[in-house]
Design a protein around this ligand. Structure first.
Ligand code: CA
Length: 240
């Protein structure tokens, strides 16, 4: 499958250069010229990566970035911010923009391509299996939904990936480091306790009253396991 790159840029000359070079490098492209259009179309276009200009009419690249990050289906898409002035660079450094990387204009095409390649490598390949099942839980990769029995369970994109990881090997304990690598990717600076935050959210969405399908194994990690009652949790020793 060819990776599609969404270009959000109002400078038509630059769009033309980007489209030409990205397509030459084997990518599909889709270009939009302002933030509103970007937000309207990003989910339906489902790009593998977004190249986002900082200076745009109506909305800044940073605002667009923040809005994309809130979207359930596409929120995790890699984003490269294009900045023009050194002043902007300073701001980018100082802000938590939600972008994965940024490049300063004027940039060289080989450099940009190298950064794109690095980010796309980080995204785990689409799984070859279409669904995973465990107990009454079904996870559907194509429809991007999770059900318990017939009922839909609403999960954020990170919780979805966490659950997919746990369900890929039920009862196996995944360390927080492993989960971080599988779900967030390598070379990304996320603290280990972020894993705990998202596990908590996953529990809240997934569990019915009085049960806990996510087992915490002290100083080791997490697994999905319906066989171990919550009460036994404290007795657990490290398994791996
Ligand atoms: Ca611009």
């Amino acid at each position: 499958m060819t990776d599609k790159i969404m270009i959000v840029e109002d400078e038509q000359a630059l769009v033309t250069i980007l489209e030409y070079n990205l397509e030459k490098a084997g990518y599909d492209t889709v270009a939009v010229s302002d933030g509103k259009e970007a937000l309207d179309r990003v989910e339906e276009e489902d790009p593998s990566l977004v190249l986002l200009d900082w200076m745009l009419p109506k909305m800044s690249g940073i605002e667009i970035c923040r809005e994309i990050r809130k979207m359930p289906q596409i929120g995790q898409v890699p984003i490269i911010l294009l900045t023009a002035r050194s002043e902007e660079q300073d701001k980018v450094k100082g802000l938590s923009t939600g972008a994965d990387d940024y490049v300063t204009k004027p940039f060289s095409i080989p450099e940009l391509l190298a950064r794109i390649k690095a980010l796309l490598r980080r995204v785990p390949p689409k799984p070859s299996v279409k669904t995973l099942s465990y107990a009454d839980i079904t996870l559907d990769f194509e429809k991007k939904h999770v059900k318990r029995g017939d009922k839909l369970v609403h999960l954020g994109p990170t919780e979805f990936k966490l659950l997919a990881c746990l369900m890929s090997k039920p009862q196996l304990v995944f360390s927080r480091e492993n989960l971080l690598k599988e779900v967030w990717g390598e070379n990304i600076h996320v603290e280990l306790r972020t894993v705990d935050v998202h596990i908590r959210r996953l529990r809240r969405s997934l569990n019915k009253a009085g049960e806990d399908f996510i087992r915490t194994v002290r100083s080791s990690g997490y697994s999905i396991d319906t066989s171990s009652p919550v009460a036994e949790e404290k007795k657990e020793e490290c398994v791996s």
